[in-house]
Write a protein that binds this ligand. Sequence first.
Ligand SMILES: C[S@@+](CC[C@H](N)C(=O)[O-])C[C@H]1O[C@@H](n2cnc3c(N)ncnc32)[C@H](O)[C@@H]1O
Length: 249
Amino acid sequence: MSTSNPKARAWDALGLKYYFLGRRSGKPTRATIRWFTADLVPSSRCLVVGGTSLAVIRAAIRTGCRLEVVDFSARVCDEVRARVPDTVTIVNHDILQPLATDGSFTHVVCDALINRFDDDEAGRFGRQVARLLRPDGVLRATVKLGHYPMDLRLMEIAAGRAGVAFWDEDTRTIDYGMLGDLLELGYARHGGIRREDLIGWYRNRGREKRYQESDLRQLFASKEWSWLDVHPEVAGSDRVRLEARRASR
Ligand SMILES: C[S@@+](CC[C@H](N)C(=O)[O-])C[C@H]1O[C@@H](n2cnc3c(N)ncnc32)[C@H](O)[C@@H]1O
């Protein structure tokens, strides 16, 4: 049974089809997978947030570190469980809700997870990760900046209609729950994922902010963080790699 977060339903609609059938651009590059796991050693304690990041999980397993995967979708947890050794702990839990294991991780990694959050959720995520990391522990996250092509298409279609209720310019937040029949008209294909599955995914994604680099710098500007680096995944890319180091308590 997935957690109570309605967004979990979006990922219950897809499970690991996102990883196996989804478009390439929705996944980290090989170099980014190496970056995520760069200094993981057997004594490291790593938390991967998001089971659809299977390549990152597999790379972390190869380092021999103590690995935990948290995901609020029961389907994703079950499908990952079937593909990784029992030494990997899998927790069906919403990362935005309190977790028992505070302050014990050396690494927290997530691929484009922050993109699935609105402002409030992103703030809660930052505070949660600060609680989960040991002093000098690191968060490594990739984040796509700006609009998805589908956003722009939906706005184009909506422009001919009264009002674009699904987009809030002030907070740069899209609300998939407000799309109504626009979704069927404007949804974007995603690799080889079937239309029905995609509609179920998009329909339940809720509110998501479209980030700029300045938003990310603000998110990790608090005293909990002693160091922050944000750089493009590859030159000219709209995906960035973000690394934040936990300050000592
Ligand atoms: C890592 S994120 C994003 C992946 C993908 N690259 C994208 O661009 O959509 C997706 C994964 O994170 C999980 N996830 C999303 N929000 C979560 C939350 N609040 N708590 C736990 N898992 C979450 C989803 O169930 C899914 O397996």
